[in-house]
Ligand binder design. Structure first.
Ligand SMILES: Cc1cc2nc3c(=O)[nH]c(=O)nc-3n(C[C@H](O)[C@H](O)[C@H](O)COP(=O)(O)OP(=O)(O)OC[C@H]3O[C@@H](n4cnc5c(N)ncnc54)[C@H](O)[C@@H]3O)c2cc1C
Length: 307
């Protein structure tokens, strides 16, 4: 029987592990299939406090893991495939093995949606990004492309226009899901050009490990052309990793955990941390802060029960 199990090894899960380990709770972290979480996909992180020269994303999460292990946290490979949170102890199925725990911190993140092109996947962190706040600064004076037609694409395009020499917004239809106000703001921005009824077929150049351009297709005219691009941002939404808690932990209609204040969920003893609940800020530092909050709630919860 564990005092606390943490699902997820990103910034939120690793920070929760550091705090609960230092509180002598001997946490178990279940890493999931994306060990280190989303930061393991990126290269340079320049906005995490404490690193004036920046730090490589995978090194940052690996350091957090080492820090947690130093204080006694255990890490387990594999993903949680089933859960029973109907009574305590909570039960988690990690790829066939059932684990019991008094408390649970859900730090399973929200995965960015990508178009799904092989070249796009290979260039994540090398010019392909899903986070304008994180990576916009790298593209000062450069050509930027944003993919998407919703509010997050408009917000990304507007934000990125502060940096890029030009921003091209590519959308597969000529109608937008974005709200009128966000769309109008983007349309009135002189740096943003719209390409509608257009899809990306290829991101160049995998052989150089750097984004240099894209191949585009206008689906109405069936016209194909190459366009030079330095930064390629996909803004078509995120998928919160909450499928294994369906019907147990309350979520909103998109699957994000609904907070009941602090780090609490609707189930006493189950806490949330990071992007799995946060659809607004989605940063390494906010996820780490949320991991700290969840850990402190776990300590107090167990203390009140006399553990
Ligand atoms: C390309 C890219 C670049 C970025 N750059 C920056 C940046 O420069 N600065 C910044 O502040 N932020 C950046 N971000 C955002 C930042 O990475 C996220 O906000 C942060 O990682 C969220 O942390 P998290 O721990 O909540 O979730 P995640 O990092 O998403 O981690 C989720 C964890 O849960 C695990 N998991 C999921 N499902 C299961 C399951 N069923 N069982 C077990 N484990 C599971 C996964 O394996 C993973 O380990 C970037 C994101 C991306 C994609």
């Amino acid at each position: 029987m564990r005092n606390v199990v943490i699902i997820g090894s990103g910034c939120a899960g690793n920070t929760a592990a550091i705090y609960t380990a230092r509180a002598n709770l001997k946490p178990l972290v279940i890493s999931g299939h994306e060990v280190g979480g989303q930061l393991s996909l990126t290269t340079e992180v320049e906005n995490f406090p404490g690193f004036p020269e920046g730090i490589n994303g995978p090194s940052l999460v690996e350091n957090m893991k080492l820090q947690a292990e130093k204080f006694g946290a255990d890490f387990m490979h594999g993903a949680v495939i089933d859960t029973d949170l109907s009574q305590r102890p909570f039960r988690l199925n990690v790829e066939g093995e059932w684990i019991e725990t008094r408390t649970l911190i859900v730090a399973s993140g929200a995965s960015a949606r990508w178009l799904g092109l092989e070249s796009e996947f290979k260039l994540i962190g090398h010019g392909v990004s899903s986070c304008a706040t994180c990576d916009g600064f790298f593209y000062r004076g450069k050509k930027i492309m944003v993919i998407g037609g919703g509010d997050s694409a408009m917000e990304a395009a507007n934000f990125l226009s502060r940096f890029g020499s030009e921003v091209t917004l590519v959308h597969r239809r000529d109608e937008f899901r974005a709200s009128k106000i966000m769309l109008d703001r983007a349309r009135h921005n002189p740096k943003i050009k719209f390409l509608t009824n257009t899809v990306v077929e290829e991101v160049y150049d995998v052989s150089k490990k750097l984004v240099t351009g894209v191949r585009l297709r206008n689906t109405k005219e069936d016209r194909v052309w190459d366009q030079e691009v330095d930064g390629y941002f996909v803004a078509i939404g995120h998928i919160p990793n909450t499928k294994v808690f369906k019907g147990q932990i309350e979520t909103d209609s998109d699957g994000y955990i609904l907070s009941k204040g602090g780090a609490r969920t609707n189930i006493a003893g189950v806490f949330h941390a990071g992007d799995v609940e946060d659809r607004i800020y989605r940063q390494a530092i906010t996820a780490a802060g949320a991991g700290c909050k969840a850990a402190i709630e776990v300590e107090r919860f167990l203390e009140a029960e006399g553990h």
